[in-house]
Design a protein around this ligand. Structure first.
Ligand SMILES: Nc1nc2c(c(=O)[nH]1)N[C@H]1C(S)=C(S)[C@@H](COP(=O)(O)OP(=O)(O)OC[C@H]3O[C@@H](n4cnc5c(=O)[nH]c(N)nc54)[C@H](O)[C@@H]3O)O[C@H]1N2
Ligand SMILES: Nc1nc2c(c(=O)[nH]1)N[C@H]1C(S)=C(S)[C@@H](COP(=O)(O)OP(=O)(O)OC[C@H]3O[C@@H](n4cnc5c(=O)[nH]c(N)nc54)[C@H](O)[C@@H]3O)O[C@H]1N2
Ligand SMILES: [Mo]
Length: 767
């Protein structure tokens, strides 16, 4: 492990650092040959989809992996295994005191395991007995809605489709999903505004844009392959306008570790042409300011007899709600815009000028936009900006929520949705000749509350790590402990296995990079990227243990034990995934003849109705939103309660982690080495609080209840961040996020704007 130090990073993102880190991960692992073979197959025509992120790729063009994709692949291919012997040595109550890093580092789970509460240990169980136990629990529930079926977005389309078919055939729409903690606001806002909850652009559009606005995301760490698109665009003269609370190195400068020229010459590429640091949650105000200016300049141009800035033809033919929006813009005062955004009028003017001067504009965003109280309204405002100028459904223009998990978008497409529309349910009913439940189900927050209240009793997770990923860690742990049975279908050991129900199972599955052979022979699966491209993915690595099963086989096993052969022959589906795809083709629009179309290299495009200017909204038009700016970013009720100086905390990812999976202790681009318990603060804020760099502090969040939410042992690090805003890593900070502090209309925990008090500690509790 690296020694602890804080040393600001001076180089570009990517570059030698990324190459060195990739090499260390690949060669430093116990299986370098297998890892290299794996990397060369990532995102190739005959290979697997990189489990790292949901950015798209032009398959077959070049080696298409990045440093962080390499970490994800090597991490899955570890030779280490968590065997029954490991569990004999480590009681669960002892493992609970280990770090997330320790847990994941133990390797792949080798066998199905059952938690024996008497011995406080996981013990081996046969697959048949595990399935029988699940069936016994499910078939004695009083109501199907007492079952919660969680999904993390790595599952394939085939596994996710089978999972929702299992849940709905059993009788519930309870599909809480990692997406509820992630891009939910994007789905909701885009659904309302343009009739489809997905981005409208394709990868090719990035080559054709004149301006790309990047809001609230850190691609250097979380979507490194996006930097290639941004770098190419920047070189072609495309303006790249970044809005980010922090100065992120990947958005400033980048050297491509796959380009010999950039690696050998000192020249790296600048990425952002403009870089603005708004206050946390201040983006909506900034965008409103831009819209205000565009409208003003448009009126001035018209008065001069010139063409206006608005795309009047587009607005006329395709949109509704303009008048209400204009009234709302007019009613928003500049003082509020400047105060709330934390940007000057001059800065907002610069950004608006770029938009006004560009013929083709793409807007991208991620968690810095989606994890606030007013995220849906903020995304509607982004759409408003694009609608005003007709920047949607033409080459080089559009909306691009950059998804997280590699198949989170595909999971949604094939039915992981707690509020399915009636047309989908009707198709399912007709095709399977089986009634489907109409009651809306639970999202992640509602599921946790239902378990807490004892209403839901069985929790099954297809991947993920809800105990660490969900807000209010202690509350979530209590909710899981309340269940009569928790089942985790997992690759690696994690916190959710330890925060278990009264009875608990760990079911070990194959990873995306591994061969999957079923009765009919080797199988491939399909995934969908952020650009609605569906393609096949086939693992190449040998499975680590003969006991591990594919996710699809595990779901079929649970379903068969619980439902017999209703409404389908589950085993036949697990034997041959083509058969599952035939059901997908029959029930999910866009997948017609999927098995034939997958033969074409690179897969196929699912299409996007909004990009075709077909608006599947209530009135058949794209609609302007007319939300007022939030009255205050932190509600008055909270500030009056605080009794002390409040800061707003954002919880974010380091460079060496994949969500709750901690690969290492460095965050290279932010200059943090060998540690994660740090809090980034502006030097003025450090002074204002009479603290010094290197001091130890504890954080206490303020919410409208009387629960004390506190985490300690954070080291103060000076950073380029607006005073008043602070940042620290997730998942360590999740105990601070109140379960019911959620986005309006999205129910997503507000993990990017938590009001906190910061108190000096004498000695660190955790080092
Ligand atoms: N290597 C790696 N890749 C990943 C992941 C991973 O953990 N590791 N996670 C995957 C998943 S599930 C997801 S959802 C994505 C997440 O990808 P990101 O959204 O990039 O993830 P975060 O680390 O949460 O970073 C949020 C960014 O938004 C900025 N920000 C925060 N609040 C605000 C705000 O109010 N306004 C503005 N303008 N900026 C703000 C932060 O400074 C930070 O740069 O990445 C995916 N890819
Ligand atoms: N405070 C705060 N909280 C957050 C966020 C934040 O920014 N701040 N971000 C939120 C976001 S965007 C997301 S998406 C969620 C993530 O929430 P989750 O998706 O629940 O969490 P992950 O950490 O991605 O899940 C990791 C686990 O998945 C399992 N796994 C890995 N690969 C596979 C596989 O191929 N199959 C199966 N079955 N299991 C596998 C491993 O056991 C591993 O331990 O967290 C959310 N929580
Ligand atoms: Mo995510």
């Amino acid at each position: 492990m690296t020694t602890k130090k804080i040393k600001p990073y001076q180089g570009p993102a990517g570059g030698w650092g990324a190459l060195a880190s990739t090499t260390r991960f690949v060669f430093g692992s116990k299986k370098p040959a297998a890892n290299i073979r794996n990397l060369l197959r990532a995102n190739q025509v005959k290979g697997f989809d990189c489990p790292g992120c949901a950015w798209g790729d032009e398959q077959g063009k070049h080696f298409s992996f990045c440093e962080n994709g390499a970490k994800a692949i090597s991490w899955e291919a570890t030779g280490k295994q968590v065997t029954p012997g490991f569990f004999r040595q480590h009681p669960v109550s002892q493992l609970q005191h280990q770090s997330d890093y320790f847990l994941e580092y133990q390797g792949r789970i080798e066998q199905p395991m059952y938690l024996n509460r008497e011995t406080d240990r996981y013990e081996p169980i046969s697959w048949d007995d595990a399935f029988a136990l699940i069936a016994r629990h499910l078939n004695t529930l009083e109501h199907p809605d007492q079952l919660e079926l969680y999904t993390s977005g790595r599952a394939s389309n085939e596994a996710a489709y089978l999972y929702q078919l299992f849940g709905r055939s059993f009788g519930t729409n309870n599909f809480p999903d990692c997406s509820n903690l992630c891009h939910e606001a994007s789905g909701v806002a885009l659904g309302q505004a343009i009739g489809v909850g997905k981005g409208t652009v394709t990868l090719h559009d990035f080559d054709q844009a004149d301006a790309i606005f990047v809001f609230g995301q850190n691609p250097g760490t979380n979507h490194p392959r996006m930097l290639h698109s941004l770098r190419n665009a920047a070189r072609n003269g495309t303006a790249i306008v970044t809005f980010n609370n922090l100065k992120e190195r990947g958005l400033e400068r980048f050297a491509d570790p796959q380009s010999p020229i950039e690696m050998l010459t000192p020249k790296d590429s600048r990425i952002s042409s403009h870089y603005f640091c708004p206050r946390l949650g201040g983006d909506m105000a900034a965008i409103r300011g831009m819209a205000k200016l565009l409208l003003e300049w448009d009126a001035e141009a018209l008065a001069r007899g010139e063409a206006g800035l608005l795309d009047r033809d587009f607005i006329e033919r395709h949109t509704s709600g303009l008048d209400d929006y204009l009234a709302e813009v007019a009613a928003t005062p500049w003082e509020q815009i400047v105060e709330q955004s934390g940007l000057s009028r001059e800065q907002i003017t610069q950004a608006a000028r770029v938009h006004a001067g560009a013929k083709r504009v793409i807007v991208t965003w991620a968690m810095g936009i989606t994890q606030h109280k007013h995220s849906v309204a903020t995304i509607r405002e982004l759409v408003n900006l694009q609608l005003l100028r007709g920047q949607l459904g033409k080459p080089g223009a559009g909306l691009c929520p950059v998804r997280g998990h590699s198949n989170v978008q595909g999971n949604r497409t094939v039915g992981i949705n707690e509020k399915p529309d009636t047309a989908f349910l009707a198709r399912m009913e007709q095709h399977f000749n089986h009634p489907m439940p109409r009651r809306p189900g639970h999202n992640a927050v509602a599921a946790i509350q239902a378990m807490l209240d004892g209403e839901s009793k069985v929790f099954i997770a297809l991947g993920g790590n809800i105990a660490a990923a969900a807000p209010d860690t202690h509350v979530t742990a209590r909710a899981l402990a309340n269940c009569t049975l928790t089942v985790q279908i997992s690759t690696k050991l994690n916190r959710s296995h330890l925060m278990a129900g009264k009875e608990a199972l760990i079911l070990p599955c194959l990873g995306r990079t591994e061969e999957d052979v079923q009765a009919s022979g080797p199988q491939f699966i399909t995934v969908e990227d952020s650009f609605s491209m569906v393609h096949a993915s086939q693992g190449v690595g040998k499975p680590k243990s003969p006991h591990q099963r594919s996710e699809t086989a595990i779901i079929a096993g649970m379903a068969r034990a619980t439902l017999g052969s209703q409404p389908v022959d589950w085993q036949a589906l697990a034997d041959d995934y083509d058969r599952i795809r035939e059901h997908i083709a029959a029930t999910i629009p866009g997948f017609e003849q999927v098995n034939e179309r997958l033969q074409q290299p690179g897969g196929f495009y699912l299409g996007n109705s909004a990009a075709r200017h077909e608006w599947q909204t209530d009135n058949g038009k794209a609609s302007f939103g007319a939300d007022p700016l939030p009255a205050r970013l932190i509600p008055e009720a909270i500030t009056t309660r605080a009794q002390g100086m409040l800061s707003t905390l954002q919880t974010l990812r380091s460079h060496d982690q994949y969500n709750t999976t901690i690969y290492g202790m460095d965050d290279r681009y932010r200059g943090v080495y060998g540690q994660r318990m740090v809090i980034f603060m502006h030097p003025d804020e450090i002074k204002r609080r009479e603290l010094q760099e290197g001091d130890w502090v504890e954080l206490v969040s303020v919410w409208q209840d009387d629960v004390e939410r506190k985490v300690g042992g954070f080291k103060v690090v000076a950073y380029d961040i607006p005073p008043g805003d602070v940042a620290a890593y997730y998942p360590e900070t999740n105990p601070l996020v109140p379960l019911h502090s959620v986005g309006d209309g999205s129910d997503t925990p507000t993990s990017k704007s938590i009001p906190v008090l910061i108190r000096k500690q004498e000695a660190p509790r955790i080092i």
